[in-house]
Design a protein around this ligand. Structure first.
Ligand SMILES: Cc1cc2nc3c(=O)[nH]c(=O)nc-3n(C[C@H](O)[C@H](O)[C@H](O)COP(=O)(O)OP(=O)(O)OC[C@H]3O[C@@H](n4cnc5c(N)ncnc54)[C@H](O)[C@@H]3O)c2cc1C
Length: 284
């Protein structure tokens, strides 16, 4: 099976052990030559140094493109402008542009005149840097959890594309039909950008439920029951999770998905096992 856009997501490690482990993880993942790595970024401008350092580690260890995520909520335009200049100087050509989520303890969502939505960030990047950056945005086949309804959420997604997004990466999901329905809506709306599925390998029951609850992703009932029953059988759960996610990815790629973006959670093993299981090759 061939995929033309294969990317891996990392987060800035939060412990000295995580920092020490990162170059090895990145080197292992780089062996299958993803198109790029992306590096997450805390909302409100938090952990910008972590994103920057992780980005430099990827480029130094692998020579593969690294794309920082840039969140705008809780940041000032001046801070975002400075971050963009710094990334440009470091040779960055691609940004994953996001609103982000403020911690519940934060005082206010957006000060007057500052960013409220990712579409405003996309417009700002285009206004200030023209076409220098390729801009990826987030897409929600199962609807963003704070949206009032699917139609409003889809209109808001279209706004990001109108502002200049070049591509989208979806929130994780385990239901291929949700993705195909989203792509169909994009086609009907005349959106021509690639919508790359975001894929989370399954490594445990509790964390899968937590991730899905957090972002509003559905775990099909049959799969949830199977995972629940296997939660104390680590190997059994990994085997089941791998076959379930392999089938999901095969269905997506056969159905026309332009590639896959894998949430690696900074571990090489689950992503490489999935790669192996999919027998993937990357087309230039
Ligand atoms: C691929 C991917 C990577 C991610 N990486 C990170 C990361 O690194 N760091 C992080 O903190 N989070 C990350 N997230 C999570 C993301 O920040 C959250 O899902 C956040 O709640 C929404 O971000 P967004 O960019 O989709 O926001 P938006 O596109 O701005 O949408 C947010 C909500 O606002 C609504 N909305 C948008 N525009 C308008 C408008 N004009 N009027 C009214 N409502 C509107 C939307 O319908 C939606 O409900 C990532 C998500 C994905 C899918």
């Amino acid at each position: 099976m061939a995929a033309s856009r294969f990317s891996f997501e990392l987060f800035p490690p939060r412990t000295p052990e995580g920092v020490a482990k990162l170059p090895g993880v990145v080197a292992q993942l780089a062996e299958v030559r993803p198109e790029f790595f992306s590096v997450t970024h805390g909302a409100g401008g938090s952990d910008q140094e972590g994103t920057y350092e992780t980005l430099l580690t990827v480029v130094r260890e692998t020579g593969i493109e690294a794309a920082p995520h840039l969140t705008c909520i809780g940041s000032t335009r001046a801070n975002v402008a400075a971050a963009l200049d710094r990334y440009r100087e470091a040779g960055v050509k691609r940004i994953v542009a996001l609103r982000g989520d403020l911690p519940a303890t934060a005082m206010s969502a957006a000060a007057p005149g500052e960013f409220r939505y990712a579409s405003e960030l996309v417009c700002f990047i285009r206004e200030t840097h023209g076409d220098h950056f390729r801009i990826e945005v987030a897409a929600y086949p199962e609807m963003h959890p704070q949206a009032p309804n699917p139609a409003a959420d889809f209109d808001n997604f279209c706004r990001k594309v109108e502002c200049g997004a070049d591509g989208a990466i979806t929130q994780l999901f385990y239901n291929a039909d949700a993705y195909f329905d989203f792509v169909e809506r994009c086609e009907k709306a005349g959106l021509r950008i690639p919508i790359v599925p975001g894929i989370m390998p399954i490594t445990g029951y509790a964390n899968t439920v937590r991730f899905c609850t957090g972002c509003g992703a559905d775990i099909p009932r049959w799969a949830r029951l199977r995972l629940e029953q296997l939660q104390d059988d680590k190997q059994g759960l990994l085997d089941f999770g791998l076959s379930m996610v392999t089938r999901l990815c095969e269905t997506l790629l056969r159905g026309g998905a332009p590639g896959l973006h894998i949430y690696t959670i900074n571990q090489a093993g689950p992503t490489l096992r999935l790669w192996e299981s999919l027998k993937l090759s990357v087309t230039a």
